[in-house]
Structures are given as C-alpha cells and as structure tokens.
Design a protein around this ligand. Structure first.
Ligand SMILES: [Zn+2]
Length: 206
C-alpha cells in the first residue's frame, strides 16, 4: 500500500484515473432543474499569473491547483499554485499532491485551443469538481489574450453530481465582492420632520 501511495504523486493522468476508480465517484448526471449553472470569478491577479505562465511556457503544457473558495453555487478563484511537474507539449506529469486549500485544477493547452481532450474528460475532469483549460487567444476582453474554459460538477439536493460545461467566467474587480456578501443592507432614508434640525440648532444640515 505504501508503495502505491508513493506512486500516486509521481504520475498525473494515470493516477487521476486510479484515484477516480478508488474514490467511487459516480459519473455526473446531465442536468438537474434544481441546480443552476455556477459562475466562475477570477481575481485580476489570477489572470496575471496565468498570463505569466503562458508567456513563460508558450509551447508546453503546464498545470496548477486553483486556490479560492466556493460561495453558494459559484467559485471564486483567488490564485493558482503551480506544483512540481514534468511537462511536454501534450502532457503533464504531476510530481506532488494537491496543495492545501485547492478547489480545483487547471492546465494549459498553449496554442492548441481550449477544448478538453478525451484524456482531460477521463481524468482531471472526472476527479475535480472544478477543472479548467487555458489556451492562447487573440480576442479576449478582460482575459487579454487568453481563452479559458471550465467544467464544473455541482452537487444536487439528492446528492448526485451534475456537470456543467462552458461555465461563464468573469473577472472580479476585487476580493471585496466575496467579503462584502450579505454584510450591508440598504434601506430607504426617512427624513425627519421640517424644523427638527432647526430646533436642534443644526441649521447647516437644512
Ligand atoms: Zn488537456
């Protein structure tokens, strides 16, 4: 067993497969009317980190754990963590386990387009609730030169997983969007009776 565990971290897709079968994950169902499609939010820093990696490794794949949190149905990605790996133009061999706090994984297709391959579907996409693929593009707006696609598995109320492809991706202005959630309630201002400030000697407020 110890030998098997050690091996797990030295292969990438092969061990994803092993993990997949070992974990007993069920294949996702196609749709569930009770679950809406999630949205993926990226901090601008994440876009910068990915752009840096694409520039540094323009002709090989690379992969990284995705850091962040899941809030309600949506995923907020706050950073990437590049793990030890050996890469070629079409493979990534993972050489250490997922880091603490990882909520998913992503990998690069450099200039090969952002469609998941059959291998991607069988291994990373089957083992992670959030899996992304990145390619170089000429026409991204906020994503400036990147084509990013995510596939996401979301748990249904009855405990199955439903898979969403081509999940919308938005770039967040700031982490404040997560921190602020539910904290400020706006209500209508009720103005006091005329003369209130006058009697209080606060004429400047009239
Ligand atoms: Zn791939």
């Amino acid at each position: 067993m110890a030998k098997k565990k050690a091996k797990k971290f030295y292969k990438w897709w092969e061990d994803e497969k092993e993990e997949y079968w070992d974990s007993g994950l069920e294949a996702p169902i196609e749709s569930c009317s009770l679950v809406k499609c999630p949205i993926i939010y990226l901090l601008p820093e994440v876009v910068g980190q990915i752009q840096f990696m694409m520039k540094k490794y323009p002709k090989t794949e690379w992969a990284a754990d995705l850091l962040g949190e899941k809030v309600d149905n949506d995923f907020y990605i706050t950073g990437i963590s590049v793990f030890k790996q050996t890469v070629t133009s079409v493979t990534v061999k993972r050489e250490e386990p997922s880091c603490k706090g990882a909520i998913g994984v992503t990998h690069s297709h450099h200039t090969m387009g952002n469609n998941f391959s059959g291998t991607d579907d069988d291994y990373p996409n089957s083992n992670h609730d959030l899996s992304g693929v990145i390619s170089i593009s000429d026409d991204g707006e906020n994503l400036i030169g990147l084509d990013i696609k995510f596939t996401v598995r979301v748990e249904t109320p009855c405990g199955k997983k439903v898979r969403f492809d081509e999940v919308p991706v938005r770039v967040l202005f700031s982490l404040q969007e997560i921190n602020l959630k539910g904290k400020i309630t706006e209500e209508k201002q009720i103005m006091p009776q005329a003369g209130y400030y006058m009697s209080a000697g606060l004429t400047n407020y009239l």
